[in-house]
Design a protein around this ligand. Structure first.
Ligand SMILES: [Zn+2]
Ligand SMILES: [Zn+2]
Length: 237
């Protein structure tokens, strides 16, 4: 067998510009992922009700959209002329619960056009995403801090589930997520959930071909053309 080329794609990463919990600016993430040999970096900054109502109340939707896109835009700029493709994603949370849903396929125009999709119920938010052709990947469904208390894990609402979350300083119970994905025949994905420099390049997926657009990413995930990238969890406990 010919050795196959591998194209690494990060599916879960945050920027300091947009995520309140982010510690690495977009340009720093681009540098880390280039160094880590990734071909594609999907930024998934947080998009959740408190961002608008509690942390930054009283702005127009256009101002909010600019804020939500700030990290992605800075990363895209930093990646110009490099081998790294930067794609737009979000980590959505509905007002209804504590679960986080990674969403791929939303365009910059979509962000302006459809305000406050986090004001929908979990079901309506997922249905809306599917109507628009976006893909929903439930993030860290068994993470200790909240998800076990709010176990909305409905295989009919999601396209995929994160069975490896690389965050080194929380307990994600990745093994339970993998078990759940197998039981319900939901495609399994991996992501670093990178908030800090030492959290980068710990997860993701690898395709045998490069990914240059969200559309290609969604198709590749649906066809399950990838293998999972995982870092051994010696850093977790
Ligand atoms: Zn975060
Ligand atoms: Zn995250």
């Amino acid at each position: 067998m010919e050795p196959q080329n591998i194209y690494k794609v990060e599916l879960h990463a945050h920027t300091d510009e947009t995520s309140l919990c982010g510690h690495v600016p977009a340009a720093g993430q681009v540098e880390l992922y280039l160094k880590g040999g990734y071909q594609c970096l999907v930024l998934t900054d947080h998009y959740f009700p408190d961002f608008f109502t509690k942390f930054y109340p009283g702005k127009s939707w256009d101002e909010y959209a600019d804020m939500l896109l700030a990290g992605y835009r800075a990363a895209k700029k930093a990646a110009e002329g490099t081998a790294l493709t930067v794609l737009l994603g979000f980590e959505l949370r509905s007002y209804e619960g504590m679960e986080d849903f990674l969403c791929y396929g939303m365009t910059e125009e979509d962000v302006y056009r459809y305000p406050m999709i986090c004001q929908k119920s979990v079901k309506d938010m997922c249905d809306f995403a599917h109507e628009k052709g976006w893909l929903i990947n439930q993030a860290h469904p068994y993470r200790d801090d909240y998800a076990q208390l709010h176990p909305v894990k409905d295989p009919t609402l999601i396209d995929a589930v994160e069975v490896y979350n690389g965050t080194p300083y929380v307990h994600n119970h990745n093994e339970l997520a993998l078990e759940w994905a197998r039981k319900h025949h939901v495609p399994a994905l991996s992501g670093s959930d990178a908030h800090r420099d030492y959290g980068a390049c710990r997860g993701g997926i690898a395709f045998p071909y490069p990914i240059y657009s969200s559309q290609a990413l969604i198709e590749g995930i649906k066809k399950q053309d990838y293998t999972l990238l995982r870092t051994q969890d010696e850093m977790q406990y």
